[in-house]
Design a protein around this ligand. Sequence first.
Ligand code: ARG
Length: 640
Amino acid sequence: TLSLSELQAYLKDLGAPIPIPAFPSAEPIHNPNDIYRSYIAAALETLVDCDRLLLNESLQKPSTASKGDLVLVLPRLRLKGVKPSDLAAELALKFPALSLVNPPLPLDNYLQFFYSHKALPRLLLPYISERGNFYGKRCSPTTDGLNNKRKKAIIEFSSPNIAKEFHAGHLRSIILGAFLANLYESMGWDVVRVNYLGDWGKQFGLLAVGWDKYGSEEQLGAQPLRHLLDVYVRISAEFRPEEEARARARDNGRPDMVAEIESRGLFAQRNAFFKRMEDGDEAALALWRRFRDISIDRYVDVYARLGVGFDVYTGESQVDPATVATVEAALKERGVLEEYQGSWVICFDKHGAKGLGTAVLRGRTGTTTYLLRDVAAVLDRAKQYSFDEMIYVVSSEQDSYFQRVFKTAELMGRPDLAAKLRHVNFGKVTGMSSRLGNVKLLNDILDTCASAMHRVMRANATKYAQVSDPDAIADTVGIAAVMVQDMSGKRINNYPFDINRMTSFEGDTGPYLQYCHARLASVARKAKEAGIDPAAVGGDGGSGDIDYSHLEDDHSAALLRLMGQYPDVVGMAFKNLEPSTILTYLFRLARQLSSSYDVLRVTGAPGGPGVALARAALYENARQVLGNGMRLLGIRPVDR
Ligand code: ARG
């Protein structure tokens, strides 16, 4: 780790005045850009009559690196009686010499700052290597201003339905949710990872009816998830005609026929079983519990394959009936919950939520609905965790559903809680079932990707021969392939599942990212073999060995400038909750690296061992940044 005194020592060596000028929002030990911003703002303070915090905030990252590392956006200062462009020219003339940045340049309404190539390696290499795996993570917990308590976020993701198909939506939810959980932790939050299983409801009644007819203990023991899915698919097919008849009756405005259909056949059996569950019938609950436990056991393994773990497996079944009663009472008392043809409903249109329609909270047979359970779960979790924010990572198909959940929490008199809830949505993956055929479980999806990856790897026989455990690597890289494809675009966009493209080593793919990481690891291995230890940077006496003057060229600087941006990029992703923000950055870093190897050679570099050591240190720190970004996204970097 990096201490403030170590950092000050590096800065002092660079000729920068100590201590670093303080700004409330600046975290010099977390973000190198904050160091630059602090020094520049402090210098500007002596030249412009303007609030120093505003000066600091008005130093922004330009759209492209060619426009500078930071620009002062003069119109933001809102100074009266001065033309921003005149002021830019004037400031450029008067700006004092700073060792960290070159003299600034005026450009229209901006003042451009470029980081000094001399200072970059001297500051950033020891900085990044001291921060190590923590580079990009905040050092201090994020607390609420009132009582200094660390902020807590509940991130609910994946949440599959027991015995139902594991679809692409659940996969996207895992990938995005795991990333968000890492991201919140990086930003100093306390995070609870919650899996809210679809383990209650009428479909469970239907599964029980199906189990009676088609269940096999033997198959359940061998392949529980597959067998439960098979049973559910079979009984659902049988049930479909009844469901369709009911839908027709409802559309024709025939509640009498709806009731009639529900009173017989599989309909009646399904509803009766679920009613027994809700009434606490021990035999019904025992079967339900068994299916649930077996499923969770398997889920744990499958998630582990993705490197994901949950703090809690809860689910629709775990909602406290007493809380459900509290919700209903509060809503009735406020005149929000009303009876309609034997059900209890909310007409959102009547309560200032036009467009949300009418929703059932308790059905005709007296059982709870998905919506009622979700609202009660909000209260349960507030009591159990007292969270500051709760994020639901669910597909955009449930956009209006979550608006209903949040609105209901508000209508029952808890606007305070409703304000903490957030639906982070995402678009569809198209063509997965048509391309992968009869793939219905998460493991099937991952197996398919791993074997496609294995085929691509085999195509390069020489490299393939160097991989000691090709099965494991194919799995890890195949998973990176799926993840990167999933996180490349804005999350709201739909994207086509394309196994050929995602497993390619060319283009912005997971394999390309893994390749870049492995290549950097190989650079380090080869350097070590040649007697060069790039880990010698910074730390206890190591930094003295490196001659940073070998890293002042444009190529090294371009790489370093990018490496220094990483904490800001994480901060940006925390604002928009878009993994693509991180990925775009990592690909920029990867491409910059790819174009560096020929120019900045390590072993056999002209200039001798001094140059080789400096460059090896540069690459080793680039590997650290690349790896940190990959891990933040949930990708396990490979070394070979
Ligand atoms: N089990 C649901 C589904 O598969 C997702 C659950 C989302 N979370 C929630 N709190 N409703 O569609």
